[in-house]
Structure formats: C-alpha cells, structure tokens
Design a protein around this ligand. Structure first.
Ligand code: ADP
Length: 375
C-alpha cells in the first residue's frame, strides 16, 4: 500500500478533507496555505485557489495578523507553543471583513522530508454565540417580567407606602395653615418645624418612587457594594400594608458583623420579594390566624445565609423535587417562575437557594451568598 503524503493531492485525502464539517487548513513552516478544505472555503468565503500560497494570517484580524509570523518563527526555534494540541477560542475574519468567533485546534504534521507543516481545524462559533446571546437576553427579560408581575401584585402595598407620607404632608400643611390663620403668636420656629416635617415626608415619598423606578428598570445586572441588611429592610417596607391587612407577623433579624456584599441590589430584592410573597400566599391560602414569617441573616462559614422561614403549610415531600422547576406552581393563578428565577439569580451571584423543611412545620428557604464577594 502506498503511503499518502498530506500535500500529495491524493484523492482519498481530498475527499476526507472536504467531507469534514470543520474548516481544515494546512500551512507550511512559513505560514503559507497549502490546503483549504471545502468547509474553510465556506466559512471564510475564499475559493481554495485564491488562498493557496498566501499567508494564513490573512484569515486573522489584527493584532493576531501582524503577530502570527513572529509567533511561528519563535515556535520553530524553541519548539514551545501553547496552541499546539489544545483547543481555544480565537477570532477569524471572513472575505467580507467580518470578524467572527471560532474554536481552533492546531496540530503539527510530522514529515520525513522537507519543512514542518501545521494543520488548523476550526469551527465557526458565530451561530452558537448568537444563540447564547439570545438565550441570555430572554433570561433577562424573564427576570424583568417576574419583577413586573410581583410589583403588580404588590400595588396595594406600594400605594399605601406612598400614601402614608402624602397624608402626613397634607396634615402638616393643614396644621401650618391653621397656625398662621388662627394663632396670633405663631413663632417662626413653629412654622420652620412644620416646613421641615413636610420636607422630610416629601423626601420619604420620593425615595419610595425612586426604589420602585429601580425595580421596573430593565437592563443588565449591575453589581455594586451594598449593605445586605439595608436591602432587606427596604424590601420589607413593600409588605407593610399586606402584613397589616392579613395579620401576619414578620420578624427581621439582621446579620451582625456583616460587611458590604458585592451584589445587584435589585436582583437581591427580587429574591426577597419572591420568598416573602410566597410565604404570605402559603399562609393566606390556608387561612391561618397565627401566621408568622421570620427572616434571619447569619454568617455561616464562608457564606452569608438569609433564611426566610414561615409557619405555613410547608411543601409536601412529594412536590419538593420540583420546587425550583420552571412552571411548577400549585397556585390557581401562579406562573411557577419565581423560584426558578431566584435560583438563577443566586447562582449568578456565586451563591445558591435551597429549601428545608423545619421540624416545627412550615417552610424555610435559604439564600446563600459567598462572603468573598464582599466589596
Ligand atoms: P408561583 O408563586 O407562581 O407558584 P414559585 O416558583 O414562586 O411560583 O413557587 C412555586 C411553588 O412552590 C408554589 O406554587 C408553591 O406550591 C410552592 N411554594 C413556594 N414557596 C412556598 C412556601 N413558602 N410555602 C409553601 N409552598 C411554597
């Protein structure tokens, strides 16, 4: 049987090259293209005849293009090349000038005579990257949609939170008017005090609106250094009205000795809102009169744990494996996305979200965030 040389133009070799889905490019020790299979022609948009003999760097964008020859020379002298035998992601450039991502592996072709040759096998990753980007965008839209759904459900509480300072402002304004009209000896200090309180309450209302605007915000995750206890306290304000209405007790035990964490404030709020809302729903669904929700922040080893525990009906053992699945819901009007979104948010922060069933009954969801993220 005759031995086939890669550059010999043997037909079996050509057939094999052209059958490959990946681009296969063979170059000599000066970088000149010797072979350019059918997939390579399709991916780069050049016919084989056009590229043959030209330097392979024409297929790379800058700065790789200018560096390639020196890199090849260095390898031929030293024999050290990080790229040989490994797969890595690089950029290619098509005949149209479009730069695209590709996965490349390079091998050295051993030859008995003549100089060395190298074979590059590469796969166009543009489609895969575009799909990944699309999935990422859809995930972000879903997270945002979940926030809007929850905000919709909390409308009464939000209206109450804004209404409180507005009512106070109206009362102070009335008192001020009364003082000016009726009281002959109203001092400038009295008027000053009333104006100050009106200002305070206006700022309080403006803060609520500000917080809500952040919650409806779309866009990418923006992590910054935040006080976790403060994030939780602010979030719980949204529930004041619903808690009063339903007679459910909420106890918050802030974490001690906790320094700032590097998190996306809105997304952490979103987890809290989802968990507290679920506890309220669970307690309300069974019409319990002694409903209680406890939120405790604790440092546990290298993590900070936020446990949201309620004394509601709990999750039946048979349903627990599906708890974090998308679209798992037992509520008549539920969507079943809350917990799966929260779990993803926790993971995106390098943490986790888990469920345990307390011995005394009810549910306990624990969000864990790594302390390494402290800013
Ligand atoms: P949804 O609230 O739309 O149902 P979730 O993903 O937030 O979606 O919750 C999924 C399901 O998990 C709920 O329908 C409920 O059956 C269960 N669940 C979540 N939290 C609790 C809780 N605190 N107590 C009891 N069951 C809960």
């Amino acid at each position: 049987m005759s031995k086939e040389q890669p550059t010999g133009g043997a037909s079996t070799f050509d057939v094999l090259m052209d059958a490959a889905v990946d681009a296969i490019i063979l170059i000599d020790d000066r970088g000149a293209i010797l072979r350019f299979n059918r997939a390579a022609q399709k991916i780069f948009g050049y016919p084989a005849d056009f590229v043959r003999g030209k330097n392979v760097s024409m297929l790379m964008p800058e700065p790789d293009r200018s560096k390639h020859n020196a890199y090849l020379e260095r390898y031929l002298k030293s024999g050290n090349a990080e790229i040989i035998g490994r797969e890595r992601e690089v950029s290619g450039v098509r005949s149209t000038g479009l730069v695209f991502p590709m996965r490349l592996s390079v091998g050295e072709v051993g030859r008995e005579h003549g100089g060395k040759q190298f074979v590059g096998i590469l796969r166009d990753l543009s489609e895969q990257k575009a799909i990944e980007e699309q999935v990422h965008q859809l995930e972000e839209q879903l997270v945002h949609a979940d926030r809007l759904v929850i905000l919709g459900e909390l409308t009464a509480g939000i209206a109450h939170e804004i209404n409180q300072p507005l009512t106070a402002i109206a009362a102070y304004a009335d008192a001020g008017r009364h003082l000016v009209e009726r009281s002959v000896d109203a001092s400038p200090e009295d008027i000053h005090g009333i104006c100050e309180r009106i200002g305070e309450q206006s700022r309080r209302a403006a803060e609520v609106v500000q917080r809500l605007r952040k919650l409806v915000r779309t866009g990418t995750v923006s992590k910054a250094s935040h006080d976790l206890n403060k994030i939780i306290r602010n979030t719980l304000l949204l529930f004041e009205y619903e808690l009063n209405k339903s007679g459910i007790d909420l106890v918050f035990m802030a974490g001690e000795g906790l320094r700032n964490l590097y998190v996306d404030e809105i997304q952490i709020q979103q987890i809290l809102v989802n968990l507290v809302k679920n506890s309220l729903d669970a307690i309300n669904a069974v019409g319990q009169s002694d409903g209680r929700i406890e939120i405790q922040v604790k440092i546990v080893g290298k993590e900070v744990a936020v446990a949201v525990q309620d004394n509601g009906p709990g999750v039946p053992a048979i349903l627990r494996p599906q708890l974090f699945d998308s679209f798992f819901t037992t509520k008549p009007k539920g969507v079943g996305l809350g917990l799966s979104i929260c779990k993803n948010i926790a993971a995106a922060h390098g943490g986790s979200l888990g469920y345990t069933s307390p011995a005394e009954g009810g549910s306990c969801f624990t969000l864990r965030l790594p302390l390494e993220h402290i800013g």
